[in-house]
Write a protein that binds this ligand. Structure first.
Ligand code: NAI
Length: 238
């Protein structure tokens, strides 16, 4: 029998890789994708790497057909892949806007659109989007990124309302500052300044995010949908 299948975009490193390992250790079968060829450092037999650019609908279709043939269509979809291309708005180039929106927002649309039908057929599923507190509180230099992540909040709520009756939950996880390649550009003093604003006085680690996502994917979270949940050490409180 095939274990539950989880599809994770952007699984070659950072939060996505941590998520992949986390689910694989719990006996899920993990299909992890990334733009470039990659291999999981962990050699678990439950981890299946695929090269896939989530902005390319043609490649997504091919990937879908391959997974269908192997009976590996996911019941849990984790839309994790994301990019930044930071620039002050007045200097932001069209490409910097387009690239971020097409990966962070349209990429989520592309994957969700293709995998949701099978979830409906199976009468259940989980869709978890990795958003950001930047989409909730804004951040100078990130008009493109904040817009893409804020849009995921609306995407999540509207889709949750449409497909709740099909026993599919849709949620959004909004990490704060997590120690990954994406935040590695920060100088030590800038990092310290950020840490001073975080009530828990540290950057998050990738496991902090994995634990929340794992919970949202589990049966225990079956009555939670349409939510954006922050994992940010208390940086943003309502
Ligand atoms: P990362 O830069 O370490 O990894 C991103 C992954 O996405 C890589 O595997 C990359 O190959 C993949 N990717 C990028 N564009 C792609 C495309 N077009 N097609 C397929 N794969 C693509 O990033 P990190 O830090 O692990 O972030 C993961 C998610 O968490 C992103 O959505 C990011 O916006 C979000 N996030 C991260 C925070 C942080 O502090 N690191 C804070 C808030 C949100």
């Amino acid at each position: 029998m095939i274990n539950k299948v989880v599809f994770i975009s952007g699984a070659s490193r950072g939060i996505g890789e941590s998520l992949a390992n986390y689910f694989a250790e719990k006996d899920y079968y993990v299909v992890g994708t990334s733009r470039n060829d990659f291999n999981f450092k962990n050699k678990s037999k439950n981890l299946f790497p695929i090269k896939l650019d989530i902005t390319c609908r043609e490649s997504i279709k091919i990937c879908f057909n391959n997974l269908k043939e192997k009976n590996l269509l996911p019941t849990i979809l984790i839309n994790n892949a994301g990019i930044t291309s930071d620039q002050l708005f007045l200097r932001m180039k069209d490409d910097e806007w387009d690239d971020v929106i097409s990966t962070n927002l349209t990429g989520v649309f592309n994957l969700t659109k293709i995998f949701i039908k099978n979830m409906i057929k199976n009468k259940g599923g989980r869709i978890i989007n990795i958003s950001s507190i930047s989409g909730l509180m804004g951040n100078p230099g990130q008009v493109n990124y904040s817009s893409s992540k804020a849009a995921l909040n609306g995407f999540t709520k509207s889709l949750a309302k449409e497909i709740g009756s099909r026993n599919i939950t849709v949620n959004n996880v909004a990490p704060g500052f997590i120690d990954t390649d994406m935040t590695s550009y920060l100088q030590e003093d800038a990092k310290q300044e950020i840490i001073n604003t975080i009530p828990l006085q540290r950057l998050g680690n990738i496991d902090d995010v994995s634990k929340l996502v794992y919970f949202l994917a589990s049966d225990e979270a079956s009555y939670i949908t349409g939510q954006t949940i922050s994992v940010d050490g208390g940086l943003l409180m309502y």
